[in-house]
Design a protein around this ligand. Structure first.
Ligand SMILES: NC(=O)c1ccc[n+]([C@@H]2O[C@H](COP(=O)([O-])OP(=O)(O)OC[C@H]3O[C@@H](n4cnc5c(N)ncnc54)[C@H](O)[C@@H]3O)[C@@H](O)[C@H]2O)c1
Length: 357
């Protein structure tokens, strides 16, 4: 067993961490995880969407909240100067393929310009030691041949989401070399490419899990866009534990850990959309699916992530199997329906995850 869980638990107690995008899905979970670890956390993001997990767990009680836009440079700078974070985890993004396709100006504005605003402020601060820029597995030049992509493989996308993240990654490369390494070598900067996450509490109906659970709740058939597509599914807690491991190691050794890292499941987490559906439906009687409308933007049939570099050089490894994550998603859903507060469910699953340490 690798010890990222234990090392993260020890390290983050009392650390000042800025999370951008804390009101989003991963952000709400990360807020709960860092609160559980005893970190001093501040979040900067747009207001939470109605019905979001952040709203349900009453995230504002768990983190210092600043509602702001990455494009509002003055507020962003004031927030950072006042809070003086040691660690920054940049999750904020305009993050869905369909929405980015419909509004590419917003996609590039948020994902490229917003991220540049953040690094421009951070490069002038002497106090930040570790910066994790969250990217995605959709940045790889996916030939749709079932290959597992590794950090050194070529980037290439054909849609506004992927391309805006690729632009962000090139900007980060420039800032790392031209400014951080040149003038501020004690600050580590990494890009972390994560795959699709699974967890309870998601409210975005175009994503797979919420669409299946909505059909369960309403007794209707699930509309699946692409049942045969394979994706590397991972537990949100494993992905966040990976971000936290990279941020901690960057803090301790910026020269060694700056760069790109893939965070995803082992090979057995690469499963078809239909597998996820079948697995969830095994918990509910009579659930069926029909073909849903495809997005205008084309999606690859296969996508695989090679996590060999992370397994070799980080103290991190994914610990929850695909089967276990689906069980947790269903447990979250059933507890929610039984009236348990979402915050309590999140903290229970977090404490089960870290409890063995
Ligand atoms: N969810 C996944 O499966 C997945 C997979 C791979 C990578 N990612 C990446 O992880 C990150 C978080 O994903 P998520 O699923 O939590 O996304 P999300 O859409 O649920 O949350 C996005 C967050 O960004 C904030 N945000 C958006 N535009 C902003 C702006 N202009 N100024 C300030 N804040 C802004 C939102 O307020 C929200 O807090 C993103 O960078 C995404 O690209 C997600």
């Amino acid at each position: 067993m690798k010890d990222a869980m234990l090392n993260n638990l020890k390290f983050y107690k009392g650390k000042r961490v800025l999370i951008t995008g804390h009101t989003g899905f991963k952000g709400a979970w990360l807020t709960a995880v860092l609160n559980y670890m005893g970190a001093d956390i501040l979040g900067y993001a747009l207001a939470p969407e109605p019905g979001s997990l952040y709203e349900k767990i009453r995230g504002n009680d768990l983190i210092r909240n600043v509602t702001g836009d990455l494009l509002d440079v003055r507020l962003l700078e004031k927030t950072i100067q006042e809070f003086r974070p040691e660690i920054v985890i940049h999750l904020a993004a305009f993050g869905f393929m369909k929405e980015c396709f419909n509004d590419p100006v917003k996609a590039y504005g948020t994902n490229l310009l917003g991220s540049t605003n953040l690094l421009e402020i951070l490069r002038r601060c002497g106090f930040v030691k570790s910066i994790v820029m969250v990217s995605t597995d959709k940045v790889y030049d996916n030939k749709d041949d079932g290959a597992l992509y590794k950090e050194t493989d070529a980037l290439g996308g054909e849609d506004a989401y992927s391309c805006s993240k690729i632009c962000m990654e090139f900007m980060v490369r420039d800032y790392r070399k031209s400014y951080f390494q040149a003038n501020n070598p004690m600050t580590g900067v990494a890009v972390v490419r994560a795959s699709n996450v699974l967890a309870g509490g998601d409210h975005i109906q175009t994503r797979l899990i919420p669409s299946i659970l909505k059909a369960v709740a309403e007794g209707t058939a699930v509309e699946l866009r692409n049942p045969s597509q394979t994706r590397p599914w991972q537990a949100v807690l494993d992905a966040l534990n990976g971000y936290l491991a990279v941020a901690r190691l960057l803090y301790e050794n910026p020269a060694l850990y700056s760069g790109e890292w893939n965070i995803g499941p082992t090979k057995d987490g690469i499963r078809a959309v239909s597998w996820v559906f079948e697995k969830i439906s095994s918990f509910f009687r009579g659930l069926d699916y029909k073909d849903g409308d495809r997005f205008e933007v084309s999606e690859s049939e296969t996508l695989g992530l090679d996590i060999g570099k992370s397994l070799e050089y980080l103290d991190w490894e994914p610990v929850l199997s695909c089967e276990k994550v689906v069980e947790q998603v269903v447990e979250f859903f059933k507890s929610q329906r039984a009236g348990e507060w979402e915050r309590q469910i999140c903290f229970r699953q977090i404490s089960e995850f870290y409890g063995g340490c």
